[in-house]
Design a protein around this ligand. Sequence first.
Ligand code: FES
Length: 113
Amino acid sequence: MTWHKIAESEKELFQNNQSIIEIEVAGKSICIGKHQEQLRACISKCPHAGGNLVEGQIDALGNIVCPLHRYKFSLENGRNISGEGYFLKTFPIESRNNGVFIALEEKKGLFGY
Ligand code: FES
């Protein structure tokens, strides 16, 4: 896992009071959601049929709701709360004194090197 600094502060990320934003980190499109002051990060495309999750919403329980077919996913662990059997890739995200960081798996070559 490699931690990437994505902003100096949460304020810098969420400038217009949105609850979900989309950013690019190391070539990956990632959605960052904010629910009850907690940051959560997931891949930006819905695992069902590629809906743009940044256009979805976060429900009262902190699940992300896809705008296309309204499947719901936990932003904590990627579980498909509405029960269709998909899995949303999530990423660790931390707000620290020196910025906001997100952890991505490193790309490994053949044999894990
Ligand atoms: S594309 Fe997201 S629920 Fe179908």
